[in-house]
Design a protein around this ligand. Sequence first.
Ligand code: HEC
Length: 157
Amino acid sequence: MKILGTAAVIAGMLTSAALAEAVAPTAVKYDEGTVAMSLSGKAGDPVEGRDIVGNKKKGNCVACHQVTDLSDVPFHGEIGPALDGAGDRWNEAELRGIVANAKLMFEDTMMPAFYKTEGFIRPGKAYTGKAADETFGPVLTAQQIEDVVAYLKTLKE
Ligand code: HEC
């Protein structure tokens, strides 16, 4: 009993350390589409962000956006504007809001919300017919959003 209790305490400590300061997708405070505070409580890593923006399995932003800095990645789409100079056009809070949920900044945009878990029509859990639950996470984690924002800030004209 005592050993189990200790294990539970340690497990709880590990979980809270891993989730330190992260804002849940449902708790993000938007101000006219912008988000002032880091979602992870930490600074973003622009090198990691560059990978996420160009990676088809992660952000896959290049499916819709051209980015001259990512010319090593093939096939950039043209559905959205080129992201060149995005760091001049938008400040950090605006970029964070756009990446987390672009629908608040651009009404009816085709751009998906990358940090959102509710409020849209979704398929049930793995086609079981059950409603999607909390295991149906956002597309990107809080830290990945911060990494993408840090990278976008480097895109100056
Ligand atoms: C399905 C297409 C699509 C995807 C995927 C997509 N976007 Fe967009 N994005 C758009 C469109 C369309 C707009 C223009 C806004 C509008 O709809 O009026 C836009 C606008 C933007 C803007 C503002 C444009 C500017 O002035 O620079 C930024 C920044 C941006 N997207 C970043 C991203 C990032 C980062 C990702 C990946 C994490 C991403 N987008 C993924 C379609 C997309």
